[in-house]
Design a protein around this ligand. Structure first.
Ligand SMILES: *Cc1c(COP(=O)(O)O)cnc(C)c1O
Length: 362
C-alpha cells in the first residue's frame, strides 16, 4: 500500500497528533507493547499518564482517573455503577441519544429532554425531575456540531444539588475549561482531540460518584471486572484489572506531556483561532452553510456545515491537496460535512484547508 500523506479533518478517528509517529517508534524500540501490566515499568507509564492529565485538565485532587476501552463503555459503566433507578439525559443528537438508550437497555429508567438536531441546551431549558440520580449532559454533540456552553453546564448544579452531573466531553476535551466544583464526572476517548489511535477511554470521577457506586453495589451487581470498586482498587497501585491497552496509555502519557509544554490556555486559544477561520469561510461560502444557527451553541472542535455538493465530491476535490473532511452523521451523511478542529490540526493546515475549499468551491 502507498504511503498516505493526507491530513484528516474527520471527527474521529482523526488526524494523529504530530508527535505520535516518534512516540510510536520509541514504544516499539522499548518494546512497550510487550511489558507486563503488573510490572513497575507499566506502573510508571500509568502514573505519568495520570499526572499529565491532572495538569492539563487542571483537575482537583478529589477526582480519580480511570482507563476503560472506550467512551461507549464509559456510558455503560456510569449507568451501571452510579444509577439505582433513574437517569436524566439532555438529548440533542446521535451520541447523547445513544447514551439515553443505554439506560433502558440496562433496565433503568432513562428520562430525556430532547431538542432538534443542531440545537443545544441552556441550564434553564432543562426540566430535570427530582428523582434523577444522574444528569447526563453531552457538552459537544459530534453528530451535529452543537455544543452546550460550559457556563450553562456550571449553572445546572444550582438547581440540582443532590444529583450527580456527568459530562460527555469526548470530542472536545481538553478544550472546555470546566469548573470541576460544578460537575462530578467527565469522560473522553483518545481518538478525538488527543490525536491517538482508538481503543482507550478515560473516565474522570469524584468522590460523590465513588460513594454512589458503593451504595449501588451494595444493592445489586454493578458489573464484573470494570466496577468502580475494582477499577479504583487497581488504580491505587497504577494498574488496571485487565490487560489494558498499554501502548495507547504510553502514547497518551507522551502526547499529554507534549500538550502540557504548549499549555492548556494556548491550546484553547489556538482552537478558537482555527475555529474562527473555518466558520468565517463557511459563512462566506457559496457551497456551504453553517449548520448550527445559534452562535452560542457552535462547537469549536467539531464544525458542521450543510453542503450543496455531496461530501464524497468535496473530498475528491480535496484529495489532490492531501486533505479529507468528514461526511455528515447518520441521516445527514450526504447533506453535511463535518470538520474536526483538534489540537492535532495546525493553524497552517487549517489555513490550507480553508484556502483550498475557497479556491475550488468559492
Ligand atoms: C465518539 C463519541 C463517543 C463514543 O466514543 P467511542 O470511543 O467510539 O466509544 C461518545 N460520545 C461522543 C460525543 C463522541 O463523539
Amino acid at each position: 500500500m502507498a504511503k498516505d500523506n493526507k491530513t484528516y479533518f474527520t471527527p474521529g478517528p482523526s488526524e494523529l497528533y504530530p508527535t505520535v509517529y516518534a512516540h510510536m517508534a520509541e514504544a516499539l524500540d522499548r518494546k512497550i507493547p510487550v511489558i507486563s501490566h503488573r510490572s513497575k515499568a507499566f506502573q510508571e507509564i500509568y502514573a505519568n499518564a495520570v499526572s499529565g492529565l491532572r495538569q492539563l485538565l487542571n483537575l482537583p485532587d478529589n477526582y480519580q482517573i480511570l482507563f476503560l476501552s472506550s467512551a461507549t463503555e464509559t456510558w455503560e459503566r456510569i449507568l451501571q455503577n452510579c444509577v439505582e433507578h433513574t437517569s436524566f439525559h439532555a438529548v440533542n443528537g446521535s451520541f447523547s441519544k445513544r447514551f439515553y438508550e443505554f439506560a433502558g437497555e440496562l433496565e433503568l429508567t432513562g428520562i430525556k429532554n430532547e431538542v432538534s438536531f443542531g440545537e443545544s441546551f441552556r441550564a434553564n431549558d432543562l426540566a430535570i425531575p427530582a428523582e434523577a440520580e444522574v444528569i447526563c449532559l453531552t457538552q459537544n454533540e459530534t453528530s451535529s456540531g452543537a455544543a452546550m456552553p460550559v457556563s450553562e453546564i456550571s449553572k445546572v448544579r444550582e438547581q440540582h444539588k443532590d444529583a450527580l452531573i456527568v459530562v460527555d466531553a469526548v470530542s472536545s476535551l481538553p478544550f472546555p475549561d470546566f469548573d470541576y466544583s460544578k460537575i462530578d464526572s467527565v469522560f473522553f476517548s483518545v481518538q478525538k482531540c488527543f490525536g491517538l489511535p482508538a481503543g482507550l477511554g478515560v473516565w474522570i470521577l469524584n468522590e460523590r460518584c465513588i460513594d454512589k457506586a458503593k451504595k449501588v453495589s451494595a444493592l445489586r451487581s454493578t458489573g464484573t471486572y470494570h466496577t468502580v470498586d475494582s477499577m479504583l482498587s487497581k488504580a491505587l497501585v497504577n494498574q488496571t484489572p485487565e490487560t489494558p491497552n498499554v501502548l495507547n496509555i504510553f502514547l497518551l502519557s507522551k502526547v499529554v506531556e507534549d500538550m502540557n509544554k504548549i499549555g492548556a490556555a494556548e491550546l484553547r486559544a489556538s482552537t478558537e483561532r482555527k475555529a474562527k477561520m473555518i466558520y468565517d469561510y463557511l459563512a462566506s461560502s457559496k457551497n456551504f452553510e453553517i449548520f448550527v444557527s445559534n452562535e452560542a451553541y457552535r462547537s469549536q472542535t467539531t464544525i458542521v456545515a450543510n453542503t450543496k455538493m455531496a461530501p464524497a465530491e468535496v473530498n475528491k476535490l480535496l484529495a489532490p491537496f492531501d486533505m479529507a473532511v468528514g461526511s455528515g452523521y447518520g441521516n445527514y451523511k450526504e447533506k453535511q460535512i463535518r470538520i474536526a478542529n483538534f489540537p492535532a490540526h495546525s493553524e497552517v493546515q487549517v489555513e490550507k484547508l480553508v484556502s483550498t475549499l475557497k479556491n475550488q468551491l468559492g
